[in-house]
Design a protein around this ligand. Structure first.
Ligand code: BG6
Length: 474
């Protein structure tokens, strides 16, 4: 009798993204993406070397094999395939992903590529402001079609766009936004509409070109609790869920905009401009599954009458309590700190029950298979003198979330795979190499590249056992 009922053939993996691990940002024909520029301007290190995965992918896949991974979620850099976003494909870039995918398959690891992880080609930003311009839909579609066709006989599971929700919430950090647009919040909903079209078209290509192919978005997803049982707070939590979650999932899984969210945007002159036929494109590009990136849950209350529109803040230091600004949508909701939950050093709530809640809720709403493409804990890890890394906090975090997943499975959720963040340490978007997520330590800091050697953390050996027992060592 097993303790936990993870299905036979459940995919146990881990995740990364291109600009956060590959490095070689301008090598073999690749050109810069907006992420290279955004990171160059950040107080942390840039993405030029990252974890040097581009040069060490074979060594890295060997470590994945040792860990026992049966899936690997990574992203394809648009700028490696089309350095200028459009035009002639770059053979060296195409070859790199063939090599990586072949190496994975040879080692029994199912590749789960993501087509877009924040890295719009800088050439297209310079040409027409990137996602702000509708031309981006056509150019992304050409890139997606090319890539999907190229790897069609090797890749079954595809994810399209990483975290549209976060791209929208943190629109000036996840997009390179020219100054003239910075005071125009409607722009973020326009970017999002273009991404909805791009996502749907990519889904269509997977259905067209990949025999038995399955596709979905990888959405940053945080369930939202009401701060109190006061009906006004409950209503605010529902409003926040409509605009921060269902605004995306209704597009992906029902092919329509969430009505309450859209009504709020229209009333506030924030709704995107659409063209005739857009909703048909969105409907045709149906998803086979939904992938979520789950790190934390959120909390909302009714906003004060005089509350003004406020962008969410972010903790960039790892000093608890630093995050002081929470999103306000006047007349709709105000996000707040949840007094019931502990947080990481970066003020992200730790809430395994929130994952169970999210999976159950999404299953009840849409009844589609689900996948987890990110989940994990950013922390200050320490490399000891004997090259060990003791990360019991990460083990505890992942263990409790796996148990929550097992409960959701018991209650009828169909889960395809679990790909925690991250396989090796990555360049964190909110604290460079100070904030680490990996099962494998990469020996470098923001200021010193050192030798970039890989060392296995305690969580590596722990997760190895979990995988070996199909979750029953938990
Ligand atoms: C997700 C992103 O939002 O969270 C990743 O898809 C990111 O790219 C991860 O690294 C963790 O966020 P952060 O800010 O801690 O790096």
């Amino acid at each position: 009798m097993t303790k936990y009922n993870f299905p036979e053939g459940f995919l146990w993996g881990a995740a990364t993204s291109a600009y956060q691990v590959e490095g070689a940002a301008e090598e073999d024909g690749k050109k810069k993406s907006q992420q290279d520029l955004i990171n160059e301007r950040s107080p942390f290190t840039d993405a030029s070397v990252a974890s040097d995965h581009y040069h060490r992918y074979k060594e890295d896949v060997a470590i994945m094999k040792e860990l026992g991974m049966t899936s690997y979620r990574f992203s394809i850099a648009w700028t490696r395939i089309f350095p200028d976003g459009v035009g002639e494909p770059n053979l060296k870039g195409i070859e790199f992903y063939h090599n990586l995918i072949d190496e994975l398959i040879k080692n029994g690891i199912t590749p789960i590529p993501t087509l877009y992880h924040y890295d719009m080609p800088m050439a297209l930003v310079e040409k027409y402001d990137g996602w702000i311009n509708r031309q981006s839909v056509e150019d992304f579609s050409k890139y997606a079609e090319f890539v999907i066709k190229e790897y069609a006989d090797k890749v079954k599971y595809w994810t399209t766009i990483n975290e549209q929700s976060i791209i929208l919430q943190y629109w000036t950090a996840k997009n390179y936004i020219p100054e003239k647009y910075l005071n125009n919040p409607q722009i973020k909903y326009q970017i999002n509409h273009h991404m909805n079209l791009a996502h749907a078209i990519a889904c269509k290509y997977v259905h067209e070109y990949v025999l038995g192919g399955q596709v979905g978005a990888a959405l940053g997803y945080a369930p939202i609790y009401a701060l109190t049982s006061n009906p006004e707070d409950q209503m605010a939590a529902q409003n926040a869920n409509d605009l921060r979650n269902l605004f995306f999932t209704d597009i992906y899984l029902k092919g329509e905009y969430n009505k309450a969210a859209m009504t709020y945007l229209e009333k506030n002159q924030l709704a995107p401009t659409m063209e005739d036929g857009d909703m048909d494109i969105i409907k045709e590009g149906y998803s086979d599954f939904l992938a979520i990136n789950y790190y934390y849950s959120d909390c909302a209350k009714a906003p004060a009458k005089e509350a003004v529109r406020t962008e969410p803040g972010v903790n960039l230091t790892g000093k608890k309590g630093e995050k002081s600004t929470y999103e306000i949508q006047p007349g709709f909701y105000e996000m707040v700190r949840n007094p019931n939950l502990d947080t990481t050093d970066w003020d992200w709530t730790i809430d395994p029950t929130g994952l169970e809640f999210a999976l159950r809720d999404l299953n009840a709403r849409y009844g589609k298979p689900l996948m987890i493409t990110e989940n994990g804990m950013g922390a200050f890890d320490k490399l000891e003198e004997d090259n060990s890394i003791h990360d019991p906090y990460r083990i505890e975090y992942i263990k409790s979330h796996l148990k929550a997943m097992a409960r959701a499975i018991d209650y009828g959720v169909e889960l395809i795979s679990y790909n925690p963040w991250s396989f090796i340490d990555i360049l964190s978007t909110s604290n460079g190499y100070n904030k680490r997520y990996g099962f494998v330590y990469v020996d470098r800091t923001d200021d010193d590249l050192k030798d970039l050697k890989r060392y296995k953390k305690d969580s590596f050996y722990w997760y190895q056992e979990v995988i070996k027992t199909n979750g029953n060592s938990l």
